[in-house]
Ligand binder design. Sequence first.
Ligand SMILES: Nc1ncnc2c1ncn2[C@@H]1O[C@H](COP(=O)(O)OS(=O)(=O)O)[C@@H](OP(=O)(O)O)[C@H]1O
Ligand SMILES: Nc1ncnc2c1ncn2[C@@H]1O[C@H](COP(=O)(O)OP(=O)(O)O)[C@@H](O)[C@H]1O
Length: 238
Amino acid sequence: MGGDAATPPPPPLCPSSSNIKWHAGCVTKIQRSNLLRQKGCIVWFTGLSGSGKSSVACALETRLAALGKLAYVLDGDNVRHGLNSNLGFSAADRAENIRRVGEVAKLFADAGLVTLVSLISPYRSHRDAVRSSVGSPSFIEVFMDVPLEVCEQRDCKGLYRMARAGVIKGFTGIDDPYERPLRPEICLRAFDAGDGSAVSLHSMAQTVVDYLAQHGFLSSYDCSGDAGAPAAAANGSC
Ligand SMILES: Nc1ncnc2c1ncn2[C@@H]1O[C@H](COP(=O)(O)OS(=O)(=O)O)[C@@H](OP(=O)(O)O)[C@H]1O
Ligand SMILES: Nc1ncnc2c1ncn2[C@@H]1O[C@H](COP(=O)(O)OP(=O)(O)O)[C@@H](O)[C@H]1O
């Protein structure tokens, strides 16, 4: 193949939309909440690859369904098969990944769903931007406080091995940064701070269910106080 014609730059992102006007729906968020007997919110799992984000989100979704509560998981791997299939792992692409998922999660929460997001989401500023856009009480940050060594031992996709071998560049925790949350609402540790025993998936999911119940998200506006009052981190604080 001759020449080294550079790959043309991607087309510029279209300018932000103009001449648009938000259309308020005919059914209010409170009406939807009373229909579903729950309050829409975003439970945002952040942590290294292999820290348990997807597994805990899945266990939590199952637990909530058993309680008659409607939840939905937006998982980084899944969203990157469709909505974000054009994004890689540069800082800019990760920013856009988090921004798009944040906007979708905001719509799901407005619809009344307990929206479970499981994304590495390594940059604090990206997570904080979603929090400010959603409004703090409805944004519950869950930090998967699992050491890199544990995640690397698990390595269920073999990605850590490939990252160590230099096959994958810019892998979070190996040669790409992860900024741990400073004040997450919930901190889930791999090992019990008391006796050092491994914390089970079920117990992690229950910690989140308890937080949601205590903050009024699992009941309608009819029969509960205001959801998501600011609170200290749940048990297992970092
Ligand atoms: N370079 C690099 N760095 C980190 N992770 C990588 C990378 N390449 C692929 N993968 C796989 O992609 C999953 C992370 O996607 P996310 O959308 O959660 O990442 S991010 O939030 O945009 O940082 C992540 O899935 P999980 O293991 O479920 O976290 C990885 O398996
Ligand atoms: N609390 C836990 N106890 C034991 N194993 C866990 C726990 N959480 C996750 N795992 C295991 O760790 C591996 C990675 O979990 P996963 O949910 O895929 O992480 P992530 O979504 O953060 O990449 C899986 O094999 C999963 O079964």
